[in-house]
Design a protein around this ligand. Structure first.
Ligand SMILES: C[S@@+](CC[C@H](N)C(=O)[O-])C[C@H]1O[C@@H](n2cnc3c(N)ncnc32)[C@H](O)[C@@H]1O
Length: 199
């Protein structure tokens, strides 16, 4: 089991984040944008991993759309909140770095909402490799994070550096966009659809 603390854990952000999403959801705000895009990438009843699931909103929305979803999240407080908010959601207190290839195969891994910029320092390529290793034969990864003005305690991760790390981790860029509604790529936010690079 990994002992590296994520930037998220170092920042102690779970309270604010969990509260903010709980308020948005109870106010009826749309928090399903990532899940809608993920759903369009999938056959019905697909197997999905939500990696860094937070309080479970994306995993729950994909479960409601009929997919077989597993969520992992290392922040104990967020796992608790996910279980309270979405009873029955399969969520494990677990780090991406602790994934095993036998946890797969998944049709899709979602890793959205700034997970990538909150990984523990220096673990980006290992984490991307761990996500690649749980993909099924035609599996894909949906990833998205802020390129500019990163949230508190998150790193700045330029798109070119991220794409170099993807290549080093054996991943191929199938599509890059600027939003989860697939607006053109821009400098503010990055959304990528990835698959395993050919050997
Ligand atoms: C801004 S929150 C986003 C949560 C969720 N994906 C969402 O969009 O609602 C960032 C999340 O990344 C998670 N994270 C950071 N490093 C991680 C790692 N190595 N493995 C799994 N999750 C990680 C944090 O624990 C935190 O829940």
């Amino acid at each position: 089991m990994t002992t590296r603390r994520t930037r998220w854990q170092e920042a102690g952000r779970s309270g604010n984040f969990g509260r903010r999403f709980a308020e948005l959801i109870s106010a009826g705000e749309d928090v399903d944008g990532e899940a809608r895009l993920a759903d369009t990438l999938l056959p019905r009843g697909a197997r999905v991993l939500d990696a860094g699931a937070g309080m479970g909103r994306v995993a729950a929305a994909l479960g409601q759309r009929g997919h077989d979803v597993v969520a992992i999240e290392p922040d104990e407080a967020l796992v608790r909140q996910a279980r309270e908010t979405y009873p029955g959601l399969p969520i494990e207190e677990r780090d991406i770095l602790d994934l095993d290839p036998d946890d797969g195969p998944f049709d899709l891994v979602v890793c959205v909402g700034n997970v990538i910029v909150y990984l523990a320092e220096g673990t980006e390529r290992r984490a991307l490799g761990a996500l690649r290793d749980v993909l099924g034969e035609n599996g894909r990864i949906l990833v998205g994070f802020q390129l500019q003005d990163p949230p508190p305690h998150a790193r700045t991760y330029p798109a070119a550096e991220f794409e170099a790390d993807l290549a080093a981790a054996g991943l191929r860029v199938d599509l890059r966009a600027g939003t989860y509604q697939l607006h053109p790529a821009n400098d503010a936010y990055g959304v990528w659809i990835l698959s395993r690079a050919q050997d």
